[in-house]
Design a protein around this ligand. Structure first.
Ligand code: FAD
Ligand code: SF4
Length: 527
């Protein structure tokens, strides 16, 4: 009985400092480990089923967090650190309950942790400690370039937040890709060179990716997840993520040497049967702190300085980490807890059932969801312009789609997932995070991939039997939200095109869109 084991040891657990470590805080470089004294201090970690069940987590995500936690525990112990580790299967379903129980029996002078990346856990853990009659010290998370206060200061007095301004500020402040006062290459942003598609022939030369064969501990973890979470979505057959610090470093080296040079040009492209392309696959390792974002940024800059990768690729990569990653974290903490409930477009439709299976005739969704369930991974444009776009156009409730994203990706932690989903992809914050809704017809997907060539639908058609649902729903979206979007200069062109659609065509679009929604609600079947 894992709980009993921990409680028995808790009775003997005493010392100076207890460091509480969450599943995404797997680094001794974090502040609570400063002047850690192996004689008097200890670490507390816990696996609780509630963390895998409060959203219906996919098996890849559960196994990823558990395997990384268990390896971290073993590394600490090998280093002579005392770890009180609660394994799955205990009575405590939540981290708060598990910590409270432990503290009631243990005796430490100081309980300390890095601030959690999730608002819910800040409250849960602080009140658990309170209930056990103890204070919990939460320290600044130094694995980010910026503190939460830095971002709040940046945001103060601004009518509108934009990633680009924040990003430039950070480039200057941290001297990243700078030549003196000027950005390297004379420009801040090479986004315009980051949007190529592969053309008819597809990607030229894809090297095998660094995948890490599960060791015995990971294999045990996989078997346990298969058993305990049998009904959860996805599969574990392909699990090969880096779960230790060394593996994460190896994954970074591999990306910089083999993929970074191509990363920029094809950042937005998609291809059937190719889930990874030239992406780094590093988000999971960075989010659970096996890698520090500064290490990834420094390695990319070094590749540029040594002439091993072009500037547009390196800047594109740096922008994602130093720019977007820091920006979304700032947005999360600035707007929480209210952010979770935002629904500015009044979207109330249920999440399509096929998001949990990938079984749909829409090939782009079948591909993006299929690989998501298989690997716990999809790249940015698949998330934004396939699964996210369909949900936005259909009008799925932001809460439902947020819970899906939080459940299915190995890199999903609320601070990064929520602003990306609710703000960037669903426009549910009315534009606090992004300057306009990312909406497009199926033609965008056709341009950026080869998905449409094997699909039952035609991306050029908005009405008729074989009309692409994205295209139908796009025109319907513009019609439904016209009033709200009119004031946005970045939507002017799209609305002007809507004005060219005649009344009877609009009515046909409306009916077709309604039929798609009715089918999604299970109220009838589309042919
Ligand atoms: P690459 O394309 O190689 O990019 C390099 C790194 O940049 C990533 O590893 C990541 O650390 C960072 N990055 C890139 N884009 C973003 C971004 N928009 N926000 C924050 N960091 C970024 N990322 C997560 O880490 N967790 C999530 O739960 C998550 N959910 C998302 C949901 C939606 C709807 C969208 C549109 C994006 C989401 N992202 C999320 C951001 C991005 O899609 C992933 O970080 C990326 O696809 C991970 O793959 P990669 O490591 O190969 O990234
Ligand atoms: Fe997706 Fe439409 Fe293209 Fe089919 S035609 S793959 S549904 S965009």
């Amino acid at each position: 009985d894992p709980e009993r084991r921990v409680r028995v040891s808790a009775e003997k657990a005493q010392g100076r400092r207890l460091v509480v470590v969450l599943g995404d805080q797997l680094s001794t470089r974090l502040a609570p480990f400063d002047d850690f004294d192996k004689e008097r201090d200890a670490v507390w970690m816990a696996e609780v089923s509630g963390e895998s069940e409060y959203v219906w987590s996919a098996k890849q995500r559960i196994a990823y967090f558990l395997a990384a936690m268990r390896h971290f525990r073993d590394a600490l112990e090998a280093d002579g650190i005392r770890v009180f580790y609660l394994s799955l299967g205990s009575e405590s379903k939540s981290l708060g309950a598990a910590l409270k129980r432990f503290l009631e029996a243990a005796s430490f002078d100081d309980i300390v942790m890095t601030e959690p990346g999730e608002y819910r856990l800040v409250e849960e853990l602080a009140s658990a400690c309170g209930a056990a009659g103890r204070a919990l010290r939460m320290l600044e998370d130094r694995s980010f370039y910026c503190t939460r206060t830095d971002f709040a200061r940046h945001a103060r007095g601004r009518k509108q937040l934009r990633m680009e301004f924040f990003y430039r500020e950070l480039r200057r402040r941290f001297g990243v890709l700078m030549d003196g006062e000027e950005p390297a290459g004379g420009e801040w942003n090479f986004d315009a060179s980051n949007r190529e598609s592969f053309g008819k022939e597809g990607p030229e030369r894809l090297l095998p990716r660094a995948r890490f064969e599960p060791d015995e501990l990971t294999r045990e973890t996989i078997a346990e997840v298969e058993e305990r979470f049998a009904s959860h979505p996805g599969s574990l057959d392909t699990f090969a993520w880096p779960v230790t610090r060394e593996q994460a470093e190896e994954a970074l080296r591999h990306f910089i040497a083999d993929e970074l040079p191509q990363f920029g040009r094809f950042q937005d492209a998609m291809w059937t049967g190719e889930p990874f392309l030239h992406h780094s696959l590093l988000s999971g390792a960075i989010n659970v702190r096996l890698l520090d974002p500064r290490e990834a940024v420094a390695a990319a800059e070094e590749a540029f300085r040594k002439g091993r990768a072009p500037l547009e690729a390196v800047e594109g990569f740096v922008r994602q980490i130093l720019g977007w990653r820091e920006y979304v974290r700032g947005v999360y903490w600035l707007f929480m807890p209210g952010y979770l409930k935002r629904n500015e477009l009044g979207a109330e439709e249920p999440l399509p059932r096929f998001y949990w299976t990938g079984e749909t005739r829409m090939r782009c969704l079948r591909e993006a969801i299929g690989q998501t369930l298989q690997f716990g991974y999809a790249h940015h444009i698949q998330r934004l312009m396939v699964t996210g776009l369909y949900s936005l156009l259909l009008g799925v409730s932001p809460k439902a789609i947020h819970e899906w994203y939080l459940a299915v990706y190995i890199d999903a932690v609320e601070w990064v997932e929520l602003p990306n989903v609710l703000g960037m992809s669903q426009f549910a914050d009315g534009g606090d995070m992004a300057s306009k809704p990312y909406v497009a017809t199926g033609k965008y997907i056709q341009r950026m991939s080869n998905y449409c060539s094997g699909c039952a639908f035609d991306p050029g058609k908005r009405t008729g039997e074989d009309a692409c649902p994205f295209t139908t729903l796009y025109w319907d979206f513009l019609t439904r939200h016209r009033k709200r979007l009119e004031g946005n200069p970045r939507m002017r062109m799209q609305l002007r095109n809507l004005d060219r659609v005649n009344e009877s065509e609009r009515e046909a679009i409306r009916r077709k869109a309604e039929a798609i929604r009715a089918e999604n609600r299970g109220e009838g079947t589309r042919e």
